[in-house]
Write a protein that binds this ligand. Structure first.
Ligand SMILES: [Zn+2]
Length: 445
């Protein structure tokens, strides 16, 4: 072993080749070698012996609404990136809404970068937004380093981020495909939503009926058709409806360039258990039935679903009223996603290497960061989560770093505790204590 400044040793290092006892050498913030567990530590290098705690690559969460600036009372870069670090996440990609301004022009991107720069405890990148009327802004945003573009096919929930109809979707997608970009899509069809019964009120069953599976299925079918026609690269955000899985699998088999994510809440919470009036469980598309959840897990196992991201989308507590029709839709889980997913994954017979593939490796690949992030391998950034998989804890909202401590997971007992988090070879969090922000702003290039 040579040139190492730091060696992290664990009996359970999650590498792309599997879980094994190893010593991971780090220099200048980069992993230089993955060596046998008992390898000699070079003179001058510091040894961190983690015992049986698992060493994971830092998670890469490509779906986070930081809301800063403009709705900083909902969340902000300081609080979001601390919560992420506490959850073992070392890279997040910020959604282009619900901040003000939205990330739909290069000027707006610069505003957001300026706000984030000194507050980022972890690495932060940005998605751009595709809106009616901003086709001319897409290439400049791409050149400025956004990781791709988000579009809605139905109303987004905020007025400043209108959705695309099918004609405008085609126009934006053609432009994005022209420069080799990626379009990520909130896929619910507005006509199916309009046709669904809209009762409002506190009953979860009524809310679920107002966001039917066929709204997702129809929107995804239309997106597949557009992607096929343009040979475009598209990504389905927060898949909830398992009925869309065969469409996606077929499209992929025929060569359509489509990837898919789902979220911890669809994988760990079910419609049957949501209490009426409990709008901390409200998100769009909604949490569906247990039988639907089983099929999402099957799709993760067989690879139809590529990855798992939080869709962390908080608001202030007063917007989480007991009327599901008008309450803010969004679930906060940055700090809890790893433990929540691991708890259920383990129960279903999956290993930590599966969880790392879904929450780090594949998400890094989605945004083209896989040369630097997403694996414990030589040449990658020395970003790690030290994780005690067998340890359990009960979710106490007061212990969350989220700005608003509203969570659908309150009171749940989860497996897996993040003991420390490392960014480019520096421990940024241990035993609840954070360093000063050391995150960097990331560009696609
Ligand atoms: Zn979202």
């Amino acid at each position: 072993m040579s040139d190492a400044e730091l060696v992290l040793r664990s009996t359970r290092v999650i590498t792309p080749e599997g879980t094994r006892a190893a010593s991971v050498a780090v220099a200048d913030g980069t992993i230089t070698a993955v060596l046998p567990h008992d390898a000699d530590v070079p003179a001058g290098a510091r040894l961190e012996d983690l015992g049986d705690d698992a060493l994971l690559p830092g998670l890469v969460d490509t779906h986070v609404h930081v809301n800063d600036p403009g709705r900083t009372e909902w969340e902000g870069f300081w609080t979001a990136t601390r919560a992420a670090a506490a959850g073992g996440i070392t890279t997040l990609i910020d959604m282009p809404l619900n901040s003000l301004p939205p990330t739909t022009t290069v000027d707006n991107l610069r505003v957001k970068q300026d706000v984030a720069r000194d507050k980022a405890h972890i690495d932060v990148g940005f998605w751009g937004g595709a809106l009616p009327g901003n086709v001319k802004d897409l290439r400049p945003l791409h050149d400025a380093g956004v990781f791709g573009f988000k579009a809605f096919l139905s109303p987004s929930g905020v007025d400043e981020f209108p959705h695309l109809d099918q004609d405008r979707l085609a126009g934006s997608l053609a432009e994005i495909t022209g420069f080799g970009g990626l379009l990520i899509v909130h896929a619910e069809d507005p006509h199916h939503l309009d046709a669904a019964p809209q009762h409002g009120g506190p009953r979860y069953a009524d809310f679920l009926a107002s966001r039917p599976r066929d709204a997702e299925d129809t929107a995804i079918a239309a997106l597949i058709a557009q992607a096929r026609r343009l040979n475009a690269r598209v990504h389905v955000l927060h898949l909830s409806s398992s009925d869309a899985l065969p469409l996606i699998a077929e499209a992929r088999a025929e060569g359509v360039r489509i990837t898919v994510e789902t979220c911890p809440h669809y994988l760990t919470l079910t419609a049957e258990e949501v209490p009426d009036g409990a709008s901390e469980f409200k998100c769009c598309p909604p949490i569906r039935e247990a039988a639907n959840q089983d099929l999402l897990w099957q799709a993760l196992a067989d690879g139809t679903i590529d990855c798992v991201v939080t869709d962390h989308s908080p608001s202030t507590a007063d917007l989480k009223t007991d009327d599901f029709a008008t309450a803010w839709g969004g679930i906060s889980s940055l700090q809890l996603s790893l433990s929540a997913v691991w708890t259920e994954a383990r129960r279903r017979g999956h290993g930590l290497d599966d969880v790392v593939r879904w929450m780090s490796e594949r998400t890094a690949r989605l945004v083209g960061l896989d040369a630097r992030k997403g694996a414990i391998a030589p040449g990658r950034d020395a970003d790690f989560a030290v994780f005690a998989p067998e340890q359990t804890f009960t979710v106490d909202p007061a212990a969350l770093q989220h700005r608003n401590r509203v969570t659908a997971y309150a009171g749940r007992t989860l497996s897996g505790v993040v003991k420390s988090t490392w960014l480019r070879g520096e421990r940024i969090l241990a035993d609840g204590e954070f360093t000063e922000p050391k995150g960097r702003l990331l560009d696609r290039t």
